[in-house]
Design a protein. Structure first.
Length: 293
């Protein structure tokens, strides 16, 4: 057999192996994707089914069994019992205020770090990195004492101050956008007599609106879903948020699972609506920051 004939005989074998590996890779991909989908959606289906069942039906049937009658009674009870309207107002108040302050602080911080050279610039970057690595719960005692010493405990200002602080991800995304904005715009404005604050307000911040919209949506969803900070810093019932209102259905002696499931769906609705309406801004902002020239 000549050398060329041997190569022809070997090539089909290599192609078959490559095809087998490709098939196994795709199979593994779909298996993992199916497992992840089930992990996400199975608990959601259980909650939805439980929300439409009565207490006796919930105790007598399987969690995966469909409700016999799709009644909205649990939703009405959950809305009234947990005072969801007050929770919605408090959640929106904290979320809107925190997101606005957070966006301004984050953009201003990124502007300073990008446009100015000063002595402790690298130290500030390092502090942001350390803050993102250190678990927040390890500093909770110090943070709680600080909030209480300021007289903000059990007020809406306590979570507002905590949420308003900027983080590393926010700084990084803003810096990606600012890097693409020419410094000649700043220099031209300075020659015209504009201050640095005027440059930031009138020139830079409007160009950062795609990044601001993206970060604001992500931040808003995160705040709306958070239970830990509102429950710890605002224990008063009149200051309950949508997430902490769920604790109404959990007691020492009994838990009303069907009402709790209905309340969970009610709490999820604002976040889902925010995402569905504004999701295009999330992807557009991230892609614009990555591809903008």
């Amino acid at each position: 057999m000549s050398l060329s004939q041997a190569e022809i005989a070997i090539k089909p074998s290599k192609l078959e192996k490559a095809g087998v590996l490709s098939f196994l890779g795709k199979t593994l991909y779909y298996v993992i994707l199916t497992i992840v989908t089930l992990i996400i959606f199975v608990p959601l289906f259980v909650v939805v089914f439980a929300a439409f069942k009565t207490s006796p039906e919930l105790a007598a049937t399987s969690p995966f069994a469909l409700p016999k009658s799709w009644s909205f009674h649990n939703f009405a009870v959950a809305f009234e019992k947990a005072n969801m309207l007050v929770g919605l107002i408090n959640s929106l108040s904290v979320t809107v205020s925190s997101v606005i302050i957070n966006a301004i602080l984050g953009a201003m911080t990124a502007f300073v770090l990008n446009r100015f050279n000063f002595r402790f610039k690298k130290t500030i970057f390092l502090l942001f990195i350390v803050a993102s690595v250190v678990p927040a719960y390890t500093t909770e005692v110090a943070r709680f004492q600080t909030i209480k010493s300021l007289g903000l405990y059990n007020t809406l200002f306590a979570p507002l101050i905590i949420y308003a602080g900027t983080d590393l991800m926010q700084i990084f995304i803003y810096l990606q956008f600012i890097e693409k904005i020419s410094k000649q715009l700043d220099e031209s404005a300075l020659l015209d007599g504009a201050s640095y604050f005027r440059i930031f307000r009138s020139i830079l911040f409007p160009l950062l609106l795609p990044a601001t919209a993206t970060l604001a949506i992500i931040k808003a969803v995160d705040i709306m879903n958070d239970m830990y900070i509102p429950y710890l810093y605002m224990p008063s019932k009149k200051l309950s948020t949508l997430s902490t209102a769920l604790m109404t259905f959990v007691g020492e002696r009994a838990t009303y699972w069907n009402e709790l499931a209905a309340a969970i769906i009610l709490v999820m609705l604002p976040t889902i609506l925010i995402y569905l309406v504004l999701r295009k801004f999330i992807f557009a902002g991230l892609m614009d920051g990555a591809m903008k020239e």
